[in-house]
Design a protein around this ligand. Structure first.
Ligand code: TPP
Length: 635
């Protein structure tokens, strides 16, 4: 397609030169550009197609980057990237050394705040707005806009932000992008509530006109405003026979709902409300996947569809025999267990497809709870279920579980409740990058009293750990990575059953003991193989510890007695992780081997393919082999 407009838009200033009537054409080009680009370089398609008109209108009306746009999650901000000087690099989006997967202030001054984890935009934008309000004179004050989806609005943090917005003096504009979807269809009271808001556009128009007339005639001042708005809202609710609007009830002026795909009307509305003092919400209705039929028709799959053929809408998948995904092993095992035991239920904070709990959801819908993007709640809710005798398998991606730390400590562990935390996407996750890698879970879970932590190396181990978890007591975390399980069952290694708190010796050796946890045991096995072939006089013993807590003490005594050098390896941050647990144990038990801890050093890891990143971190088989080789050579 010829891009008449967007090829000449290198910044929002270029967009502003256009007439309003030209904006629909700009949107059409952006839509085509994004579809074309994502067909070859996968990303979050459907969400970004849904926000094109909003993005164009925002940059047309507001003075970015002086005015601040705070995108929630940032997966819907592709048009924003393209309009803010990143069009030429957009084909590198999410790739190693390419554009960031979400919005990132380190990449562009147009990205006002970090994004990736849902529901932080209102809090961050409120902070930005209040800070800027204090710095500047009223007339030069910057505008701040938080753009949040109805999915992200289900997160408790968003409500905390709203509550604060209603308290402190600010001019925040919250754009609520309502498409009735998170990744999966949204359920729950708030979503239904949004559907119920049918504020009459005419009423709003009149109310706004009257308000402006009041200000002009000096009938309304700031002090009176809040009171008037509140009364006005009550009258409005009474007139239209509606329940009071939650936003207006909080003293946050509400506009909408309005068509989020009518760019000209969005420009008009935003221009009008831009200078309105005080906090306000603009509620827009959009369609996820707008303008690309396959995406409109299956919004969950097209949230992040992978590569596809633009014309046929066919998704391109790699053919050939493949091992199952870790998440599928989880999903199928959970269904199996649930069928055997009535007490088992599934809990997911808005990720049924992502973690494959959808498998159970299809067969046993009444035993799966999709609680919205609410990780903290998911954990405490699971604690409640467990308290009364159910066995919740609560599946949360490692990175998102960070949101639920106190819930784990206070609500689960302190009461020693039998909650099974199934931690998906542990380790490096790839193109979603720094905000999404699961590098901290072992480290933050390990110190919690009562917590038990297991990590499978193979699909079979995962099944057994999930099965064993049912029979245990207290909280159990089973953490496993993203992607496909590996099949590296070696003939000389017996396939041993998972036992509580027991590791397994994969290989015996005399010089160095290598202790691994979880799936990094697979590349480590290969690395040992490589080095052993090169340095046959030097031998490594390899233990897959399987449990970080409790550690297999019998095994560790054997290691402590036999070896002067121990190598530990984990796919997470080193500080306080698995290797640290081994080091502490050795010190506590009077052994003083040299312990070399391999893992992620003290850093946030960028984005790229999983393969590229493990290579960068020297945690793939080549990198691990290098480390082992240097040990063998140093002897
Ligand atoms: C804390 C957190 N939990 C889960 C996710 C995974 N996630 C990414 S986008 C998304 C759905 C967001 O829905 P919404 O805000 O309505 O945006 P839409 O994609 O519908 O435009 C989810 C659950 C996340 N990014 N952050």
């Amino acid at each position: 397609m010829e891009y008449t407009y967007i090829n000449h838009i290198d910044s929002p200033a270029d967009l502003k030169k256009l007439k309003v009537e030209e904006l629909p054409a700009v949107c059409a080009e952006l839509r085509q550009f994004i579809i074309e680009a994502l067909s070859k370089n996968p990303g979050h398609l459907a969400s970004s197609l849904g926000t094109i008109e909003l993005t164009v209108a925002l940059h047309y009306v507001f003075d970015t980057p002086n005015d601040k746009l705070v995108w929630d999650v940032g997966h819907q901000a592709y048009a924003h990237k393209i309009l803010t000087g990143r069009r030429d690099r957009f084909h590198t989006n999410r790739q190693f050394k390419g554009l960031s997967p979400f919005t990132n202030p380190a990449e562009s001054e147009y990205d006002a705040f970090i994004a990736g984890h849902a529901s932080n935009s209102i809090s961050a934008a409120l902070g930005i707005d209040i800070a800027n309000g204090r710095k500047s004179k009223v007339e030069s004050q910057k505008n701040t806009v938080a753009i949040i989806g109805d999915g992200a609005m289900t997160g408790g943090l968003a409500f905390e932000g709203l509550n604060n917005t209603s308290m402190d003096k600010n001019n925040l504009l919250i754009v609520l992008n309502d498409n009735h979807m998170a990744i999966d269809p949204l359920k729950g009271g708030f979503t239904q509530y949004l559907v119920d808001i049918t504020t009459s556009a005419t009423y709003n128009k009149w109310r706004w006109k009257l308000y402006r007339a009041g200000v002009k005639l000096h009938l309304i001042d700031e002090a009176k405003k809040a009171r008037i708005l509140r009364r006005n809202n009550t009258v409005k609710a009474a007139l239209s026979n509606q329940k009071s609007n939650i936003f207006t009830g909080l003293n946050i002026r509400y506009f909408g709902p309005t068509d989020g795909h009518d760019v000209e009307s969005l420009v008009r509305i935003l221009s009008e409300i831009k200078n309105h003092k005080g906090p306000k919400v603009l509620h827009i209705i959009t369609k996820k996947g707008k303008g690309y039929a396959p995406a409109e028709n299956d919004q969950t799959v097209w949230h992040a569809p992978g590569e596809f053929d633009v014309n046929s809408g066919e998704r391109l998948t790699v053919s050939g025999e493949r091992t199952p995904l870790w998440q599928e092993v989880f999903g199928e095992t959970l269904l199996e267990l649930a069928k055997e035991d009535e007490r088992i239920v599934g809990v997911t904070p808005a990720m049924p497809s992502g973690c494959s709990m959808s498998i159970m959801q299809k067969e046993l819908p009444e035993r799966v709870f999709d609680v919205g993007i609410a990780e903290g709640h998911a954990v405490t809710f699971s604690a409640g279920l467990a308290k009364e005798g159910l066995i919740p398998y609560c599946n949360i991606y490692s990175t998102f579980l960070q949101r639920a730390y106190d819930n784990i400590v206070h609500d689960v562990a302190l009461q020693n409740l039998h909650v099974v935390l199934c931690i998906d996407r542990a380790g490096i996750v790839g193109n979603d990058g720094a905000t999404h890698h699961g590098l901290l879970d072992l480290n933050y879970l390990r110190p919690i009293p009562n917590m038990q932590i297991a990590a499978p190396r193979t699909a079979e181990d995962l099944k057994e750990m999930l099965r064993l978890a049912k029979t245990m007591e207290g909280p159990i975390a089973v953490r496993y990575p993203r992607g496909r399980t590996t099949n590296v069952q070696r003939d000389d290694v017996p396939c041993t059953k998972v036992e509580y708190g027991k590791g397994v010796k994969l290989r015996d050796g005399k010089d160095v003991a290598v202790l691994t946890i979880g799936s990094i045991g697979n590349p480590m096995s290969e690395a040992i193989e490589i080095v052993s072939n090169q340095q046959s006089a030097f031998s490594f013993a390899h233990y897959d510890m399987r449990w970080v807590k409790p550690l297999d003490e019998e095994l560790l005594h054997e290691v402590g007695k036999r070896f002067k050098t121990i190598v530990t390896a984990e796919d997470g941050l080193i500080a306080g992780g698995f290797g640290s647990a081994v080091l502490e144990w050795m010190a506590d038990h009077g052994y003083s081997p040299r312990v070399i801890r391999l893992g992620v050093k003290d850093q946030f890891v960028e984005h790229g393919s999983t393969k590229e990143l493990y290579h960068l971190l020297k945690l793939d088989k080549e990198g691990l082999a290098c480390e082992l080789l240097s040990l063998a050579q140093a002897r």
